[in-house]
Design a protein around this ligand. Sequence first.
Ligand SMILES: O=C(O)CCC(=O)C(=O)O
Length: 297
Amino acid sequence: MAGLLKKPVKIALVQLASGADKPHNLLHARQKVLEAASTGAQIVVLPECFNSPYGTTFFPTYAEVLLPSPPTEAQSPSYHALSSIAKEANIYLIGGSIPEREESTGKLYNTSLTFSRDGSLLATHRKVHLFDIDIPGGITFKESEVLSPGNKITIVDFPEYGKVAVAICYDIRFPELAMVAARKGAFALVYPGAFNTTTGPLHWRLLGQGRAVDNQVYVALCSPARDEEAGYKAWGHSLVADPLGKVLGEAEEGEEIIYAELSGEEIEKTRKGIPVYTQRRFEVYPDVSEGKVKYEE
Ligand SMILES: O=C(O)CCC(=O)C(=O)O
């Protein structure tokens, strides 16, 4: 497992304040990503649904066509903005997520696009687990009323550094996805996500730390800033957990950029000290990363 992360890298989580005005959201994202890059961050992450308010009624209105790739600028202004921001900033950009419309079927997805330093698209992740919950007195949300799920785990290779897994928000509640990605060699699990004021305080940090400890990798969670006027109040608290589960940096609720230095040595030290990586008993239980797994690198 040595050498998962080839050299240290600074990651930035942009806890962006977005509103209803998509062109403004895209311009604002550019400004904040450039700010993060100017501090030396090489991997920059945006939040879930960074180009729109979050909510089932907004997905159809804000959805963009991404296929065939590359889409025209009219089909997907967000694709073009993200691509040119990555190139201008000369960074790897994990572009949060945007609502996607598949033209051939009319289906909608919650989709994350990752771009390379030269502006080329490296990976597309469609949220696999849709956020359908009903907590009496808390929150009811049913993404599946309008969205369709993606069907694969997404691992993206950043050649100078190594592999990162990208998944979206509710996907973090499914440890199998994280386990598969980590065992396929990811040094970090990155989740653009918009938890809320009911489940955020309950589980956001816990899940971030949990996935890190389970897999002895870095975990990064990037939320939108909270908008007290919005129907959906995002939790905020973007954070990075290290392979021991220690939180290296955590935002409050407002707009903020969180930075962390990730190092392969930390992963190796953690795995040497607590060697669960070599102690698994696959004759007692199955290895979820083997057999029928749908993933894409
Ligand atoms: O799992 C949760 O509590 C929140 C998930 C969520 O907000 C989402 O998937 O967008």
